[in-house]
Design a protein around this ligand. Structure first.
Ligand code: P71
Length: 462
């Protein structure tokens, strides 16, 4: 009988391995207690499969590793910087690259340069560091993402889209003068790694242009978004990933990049801009906070590995395998009936803790509790993406509130195998079966900024 389907596989083989530690349930119970039920506070030696984040956790290729040996560590004018600038021009098209040590440093610079006190910054869902930098510069973030983004069960294929009605409303209410730019992310992290469509991006850009408003693109996972456009958006199938990326970037004025994601490096990022004057201002600011404008916090060797990663990550076979692995885990979990954000996104599978732990009210942090429970079950480390991550409104002091209460199982690129995904899925199935026994948490230590990183919790006594 002829098989209808052929399996696909990763376009690489493994040359070096890093042994993993397996701990006992008893050890993990103690470790999570010591970590205040916060997976950010665990030691990585106590973790078995680490799905905390896909940020800086990728495996580099042999070519990237050899790039490290070609580091030109001159203080000024390193040749690796020019390789990086050329790679950004080739793939993304931005004329100027200002290197930074990672994404949030680029956010800091652009926010300080463009936002003034009293401004509003509309965007497609907040990201923690991005919003904080906008607020610290005197701005207020306004979410104008489509409503579907807040519904884990909606099957809408482009949940990263901007709602044009909301955009027009914000422009009418505040006036274009108070909107320094639109903050538009590709592959929206906080709602599940959900893409924005090219059509929507084009419509938004047309409105922005009409009002003379800039667009700053958070392109941290733009390659993954471009892949989704190619796979899902009518009329885009025949374009290459790079062609789609270029079409997106050409609609924007500047971009911030955390290269620790798409670009397959362990550290690095940059601000990319087209405008010469803005670039000059940014180059002047980077020397204050990061380093000279030809290294901005990265070693020469890091910039070389990054330049190589920019080309590697835009190959279709790479990105298809990367997103394919995420989909594989998502499909396994759905077979078990586990509630996850639909459709499965680009960089991870997001458990819907509201439905998973329906007996725990949101003020007892169900997603935080679920991430802790999963760790105790198998040593799999995930991340809370719910009300703890949302933080507090700086003006009112209230919890920001979060319609989404999610646990993110983030897949590092080129690191784990399908067998690891099976182990993860089976552990989650186990926790799903004993979910009634999981208890809520109370917060006993709350840091002022980005509280999710360092907050501590304990189980409630109910
Ligand atoms: C992720 C991260 C890393 C992270 C950051 C903050 C809280 C928890 C985890 C970082 C991003 C990102 C987007 C869309 C900007 C940054 C900041 N993501 N935009 O998902 O996803 O970049 O970490 O290099 O400073 O685990 P940076």
């Amino acid at each position: 009988m002829k098989r209808e389907r052929r399996s696909w596989a990763e376009p690489w083989k493994i040359k070096m391995v890093e042994p993993l530690q397996v701990t006992t349930r008893e050890e993990r119970t103690k470790a999570i207690e010591e970590a205040g039920y916060n997976t950010f506070l665990l030691r990585s030696d106590d973790v078995y499969i680490d799905l905390l984040t896909d940020s800086g956790t990728s495996a580099m290729s042999d070519r990237q590793w050899s790039g490290l040996m070609m580091g030109d560590e001159s203080y000024a004018g390193s040749r690796n910087f020019f390789h990086l600038q050329d790679a950004v021009r080739d793939v993304y098209g931005y004329g100027h690259t200002i290197p930074t040590h990672q994404g949030r440093a680029a956010e800091h610079i652009i926010s300080q340069l463009l936002i003034k006190e009293g401004d509003v910054v509309p965007g497609n869902m907040y990201f923690t560091t991005t919003r904080l930098h906008q607020e610290m510069a005197g701005g207020k973030f306004i979410d104008i993402i489509v409503d579907e983004a807040n519904d884990p069960e909606s099957e809408f294929p482009f949940k990263g889209n901007i709602c044009l009605e909301k955009l027009n409303r914000v422009i009418n209410e505040y006036g274009a003068d108070r909107i320094p730019y639109l903050s538009i992310a590709t592959s929206v992290n906080m709602c599940g790694g959900q893409p924005i469509s090219l059509e929507n991006f084009q419509q938004v850009a047309a409105i922005a242009k009409q009002h003379g408003i800039k667009i700053v693109h958070d392109m941290t996972r733009c390659v993954e978004n471009a892949y989704m456009i190619k796979m899902r958006e009518p009329g885009q199938q025949d374009k290459s990933i790079v062609e789609i990326i270029r079409e997106i970037c050409d609609l924007t004025d500047a971009a911030t990049m955390s290269s620790k994601k798409d670009h397959l490096v362990n550290i690095g990022g940059f601000l990319a801009v087209n405008d010469d004057e803005l670039a000059e201002l940014a180059r002047n600011m980077v020397v204050v906070f990061e380093g000279l404008h030809t290294y901005g916090g990265m070693a020469g060797r890091d910039m070389e590995a990054l330049a190589i990663g920019i080309h590697e990550c835009s190959h279709f076979d790479h990105i298809a395998a990367r997103v394919g692995q995420v989909l594989y885990l998502g499909e396994r979990l759905q077979e078990f009936g586990v509630p996850v954000v639909r459709p499965i996104g680009t960089h991870g599978v997001f458990l819907d803790a509201r439905r998973f732990l329906a007996h725990i009210p949101q003020d007892q942090f169900p997603a935080q509790a679920l991430a802790a429970e999963l760790y105790v079950d198998s040593g799999v480390r995930a991340m809370e993406r719910g009300i703890v991550s949302a933080g507090r409104n700086h003006e009112t002091g209230e919890h920001h509130g979060s319609k989404l209460e999610l646990v993110r199982l983030t897949i590092p690129r080129r690191v784990y195998t399908q067998a690891h995904m099976d182990v993860v899925a089976e552990s989650i199935e186990e926790v799903w079966e004993m979910r009634d026994q999981v208890k809520g948490l109370e917060m006993i230590h709350e840091p002022k900024h980005l509280r999710f990183f360092q907050a501590r919790f304990r189980p409630v006594n109910k």
